[in-house]
Design a binder for this molecule. Structure first.
Ligand SMILES: Nc1ncnc2c1ncn2[C@@H]1O[C@H](COP(=O)(O)OP(=O)(O)OP(=O)(O)O)[C@@H](O)[C@H]1O
Ligand SMILES: [Mg+2]
Length: 307
């Protein structure tokens, strides 16, 4: 649905996006994770044809965004990082404006406005000027304006910035619903936790370079770090060592009468094997820690995402 090939964007001599390539499919949430100034908004701007790429090629639903921009834009919905709403208009009027700009008319426009107001929980406040809205409500309306015309490709540029935790949960659920309905979602964020919990696949972008991409699992395995499984209970350390010697790729980090600490890759799938080998031991507690995206980011870029 979105095909980006060797995208480069320069502002004068400065290269904001460096030969970036990725694809995102229908029903998928593809995340672009990177710190301030990484090139996320620039990439989204080129896909939505707000910005002209310096070189490279972008297709949306098979349409080249430069040579066939009108057709490409028809399938795109954008939720911009900077809120793009008219403060003196009501939520209803803002939606009517954006829906109209996307070609919706009459009862179809009316029905869709009602639907998205309901989806975003703004029905009760639909008639008042939005300058009376809180930041979180404006974010929700900004999102509603991006989906009012039911786009097949949705570009979301940090849509949860400045939103309280409750509204954030609700917004993320709305994003998931869009993907479940078959929309291809491109989601930019600098929140590690959002990327981890929301995105099916991820690209990590830093200084305009896409330095890694894949599923969360693929990215984690790039780390070469293993999961850590901690078991509490009552154990015979010698028997445990003997039993686990037969399980491939499991390293015992620590073993005493009350605690076992094991390192291995893909621990969640190997739990049955471990428990099988520990046959007879009394396990009271289990904690599984997976390597985080945060540690991957630090490994790839040498810096913390929040710096
Ligand atoms: N119009 C412009 N002229 C010159 N440089 C620009 C322009 N727009 C963006 N840049 C630069 O391009 C780089 C990428 O900016 P971009 O807005 O794409 O980053 P971002 O990843 O969206 O960051 P943020 O998380 O802060 O939104 C930055 O160094 C920025 O200063
Ligand atoms: Mg940005």
């Amino acid at each position: 649905m979105i095909e980006v090939e060797q995208l480069r964007k320069q502002y004068g001599d400065f290269t904001a996006v460096h030969d970036v390539s990725f694809n995102a499919r229908a029903g998928e949430i593809f995340g672009l994770l990177g710190p301030n100034g990484a090139g996320k908004t620039t990439t989204i701007g080129c896909i939505s044809s707000l910005l002209a790429p310096t070189s490279g090629r972008i297709r949306v639903m098979g349409h080249d965004v430069v040579s066939d921009g009108v057709a490409a834009r028809r399938s795109i919905g954008v939720v911009p990082q900077e809120i793009a709403l008219y403060d003196d208009l009501s939520a209803h009027e803002n939606l009517a404006y954006w829906g109209g700009a996307q070609g919706l008319r009459g009862s179809k426009l009316h029905d869709r406005i009602r639907e998205v107001l309901e989806l975003t929980g703004l029905v009760d406040r639909a008639k008042e000027p939005i300058k009376q809205f809180s930041g979180g409500m404006k974010r929700r309306l900004n999102f509603a304006c991006g989906i009012v015309h039911e786009p097949k490709v949705l570009l979301l540029d940090e849509p949860t910035v400045g939103v309280d935790p409750q509204s954030r949960v609700r917004l993320l659920e709305l994003v998931r619903e869009q993907a479940r309905a078959g929309t291809c979602v491109l989601y930019t964020t600098h929140y590690m936790e959002e990327a981890e919990s929301l995105c099916d696949r991820l690209g990590i972008i830093d200084h305009g370079n896409l330095i890694a991409q894949g599923t969360l699992k693929e990215l984690r395995s790039m780390l070469g770090e293993r999961d850590v499984l901690r078991l509490t209970g009552a154990f015979h350390p010698d028997r445990v060592r003997e039993a686990l010697a037969s399980v491939d790729g499991v390293e015992i980090i620590h073993a005493d009468e009350a605690l076992l600490s094991l390192a291995m890759s893909d621990a969640s799938h190997r739990l049955p094997l471990i428990f099988g080998a520990l046959n007879g031991a009394e396990v009271r507690g289990t904690t599984l820690t997976q390597p985080s995206l945060e540690s991957l980011f630090i490994k790839l870029t040498g810096t913390d995402l929040r710096e």
